[in-house]
Design a protein around this ligand. Structure first.
Ligand SMILES: [Zn+2]
Ligand SMILES: [Zn+2]
Length: 169
């Protein structure tokens, strides 16, 4: 009986060390997951919404400070609300994720792609979208580097194409 004790005891230690390794692996996996989450949950520094990476915009202020914005529309509203404070706005090409200056982007306004809203836009019986109240991210503004890409997006998602510099600043 006593002779078996050390062996059981060693077995117990092996079991404990396996459990420790499993716990470590879980902790590493969890840390990776949390890091991933915090990347995905980047917040708009203007309106605090989660930023959808495909429509992220970057405001550069006169002071050189940069603000991450959830979409070109939110960035433009910031510029309207803080007249003279914004030096430039960079947006992402929806197709490639490439950064480009807003004034060089082809923009699709008012399509059914509304990444900043939690719910799809409400529609009335005729299919027109209803805007029940002001939303700083609406009508949605999706940026493209190429006119052809903006036209293809328009055919699928509706809206209006605004040429470069046509964002109504
Ligand atoms: Zn925003
Ligand atoms: Zn937005």
């Amino acid at each position: 009986m006593a002779a078996h004790l050390p062996s059981r005891s060693r077995g117990g230690r092996r079991g404990a060390s396996v459990r420790a390794r499993v716990a470590l692996a879980l902790a590493v996996a969890l840390a990776g997951l949390l890091a991933g989450c915090s990347l995905r949950a980047e917040r708009c520094e203007v309106c605090e919404r989660d930023i959808h990476p495909q429509v992220r915009a970057t405001l550069t202020l006169g002071s050189g400070r940069q603000l991450a914005a959830c979409c070109p529309r939110c960035a433009l509203h910031y510029g309207q609300e803080n007249s003279g404070a914004v030096r430039s706005i960079a947006v992402k090409d929806y197709a490639s994720g490439e950064l480009l200056p807003l004034e060089r982007a082809w923009l699709v306004e008012g399509s059914d792609v509304t990444p900043c809203l939690h719910l799809p836009p409400l529609r009335d019986d005729s299919g027109a979208s209803l805007h029940l109240c002001y939303d700083r991210c609406m009508p949605s503004l999706i940026a493209f580097r190429d006119e052809a890409a903006s036209r293809a997006f328009l055919a699928e998602h509706g809206g209006t194409v605004l040429g470069p510099g046509g964002a109504g600043r």
